[in-house]
Every structure is written in C-alpha cells, then in structure tokens.
Ligand binder design. Sequence first.
Ligand SMILES: Nc1ncnc2c1ncn2[C@@H]1O[C@H](COP(=O)(O)OP(=O)(O)O)[C@@H](O)[C@H]1O
Ligand SMILES: [Mg+2]
Length: 259
Amino acid sequence: MAAEAYIQLDDVSKVYRAKAGQVEACGEINLDIRESEFVAIVGPSGCGKTTILKMVAGLQPRSSGSITVGGRSVDRPQTDLGIVFQDAILLDWRSVLDNVMLQVDIRNLDRATYEPIARHLLELTGLKGFEHHKPFELSGGMRQRVSICRALVHDPPLLLMDEPFGALDALTREQISMDIQRVWMEKRKTALFITHSIPEAVLLADRVVVMSPRPGRIVEIIDIDLPRPRKLDSMPEKFSEYTGRIRSIFKASGVLAMD
Ligand SMILES: Nc1ncnc2c1ncn2[C@@H]1O[C@H](COP(=O)(O)OP(=O)(O)O)[C@@H](O)[C@H]1O
Ligand SMILES: [Mg+2]
C-alpha cells in the first residue's frame, strides 16, 4: 500500500516573465514525496531545480498546477521547514551555537528547550568543541555544517537543500554527505535535495529525479535500492549501475558534463 504523499506537485510549471521576454524554467512537473523520504533532483544548470525548490517553499509562485505540503496548498512562504542554500549565510558576530540558535530566536522559541538540540546537532556534524567559535574561524565545510544544523534546530518536518555542497571541495563534499546521511537517519525528516552531482544524489536518496535541460521536465524517477548507512568507498556494484544509468539518460538528452 502506498503511503500518502507528504509533498505533492501536480502538473506544475514555471514561466518567468522578464523585460527581455519569457523564460519557461520547467513544466509538467508531477512528483509525490512521502513523509520521511529522501528525494534528490539532478539536472543540468538552468533546468529549474532551484525554481522547484522555491515553489515548494512558497518563495516563488508557480505559473500553473498545484503544490501541497502536508495536505495544504502552498500559496505563501512556508515556515514549517528548514532550507540550506549553496552558500552558508552566517552572522559574523554570532558564535557557531548562536548562529544555529538564530532560528530559535527569530521564532521566539524557548532557548532552554532548544539549546540542547542545537548542541546535539553540532555534535552529530562534527562541530563539538566549536560552539563558541565565530564563523570567520571556520572552514567553508564547517560553515555549511552550521547552516545545516540551523535549518534543523526548530525540528521542522521538511528539509530543503539547494546544492548545499556547491561551493565546497570534493573531500569536504563527501564528508558533509556523510553528516547529512547521519542526521537524516536519526531524524527521518522528509528531504528534498538538489544537486548536479550524480554520485551524491545516488549516495543519499531513496529516489533520484532526473531532469532534462531547460525547460526542465522530469525524464525519469529512479528508486535507489541500497542499504544504509551508505559509504562512497564501499558501495556495492549496484551503485555504479545507478550512476551509469543516470549518466546515460543525460547523454541521451544532450547533457554531457554534469560534475
Ligand atoms: N527570478 C528570475 N527571473 C527570470 N528568470 C529566472 C529567475 N530565476 C531563474 N530564472 C531562469 O529560469 C531558469 C531556471 O533557473 P533555476 O531554477 O535557477 O535553474 P537551476 O537551479 O536548475 O540551475 C534559468 O534559465 C534562469 O535563468
Ligand atoms: Mg539552482
């Protein structure tokens, strides 16, 4: 029996109207995401990945179709979620802990209740001992970990990540993938993860949504049947079958370079 969808996109499209003319970013987007599911979207630059994430978050209006989250239509910016963007946006004058606690302060939540959660998330992502450091004392990877903790501290049911490793080196990307996996396995939040890296998508997701170049369409949705925890250096043969299959879909639609 299929569980009821937590996020539902029905025939969603987005056309940006700019002075220079119209840009059809994406269209015919049909996607159901179950509660606690980890879904990755991969596609070439400009195919509307960020647009889809923003429409789910209510930060961009859709041009047609319907989007519901938790059974409710998304018609305004959603507050019951956490978002991680490509660049960690931290406040320089706040400590690591207080950057995570920013969510709690903005939402007027009880500091005493949430501080242990913030500390636990920092520990899960390898930042124990850095609670009182300032952002300028951290590496890019550490800063991005802080923004992941901040997105989760208020315990939202949904986590949206838009190329959260985009600005990081390969080794750091791999380490943070492992952090995200660890946090997700513990918290089981519904997660929508956008990337242009095929191995990262396969490593983390229950399902990978493969998109065509702009105007972005869903070409295929692939179930990733691999046990967790997953590790890049000890993946079964199936891992490269999945990545190979996604690569060949891109090749067929004329997308050659993805990484
Ligand atoms: N605010 C905007 N106004 C006009 N065009 C936009 C806007 N945002 C994105 N676009 C265009 O829509 C297309 C899809 O963008 P985006 O969703 O950012 O793609 P991706 O995240 O897959 O790289 C691109 O051609 C981009 O230039
Ligand atoms: Mg983008």
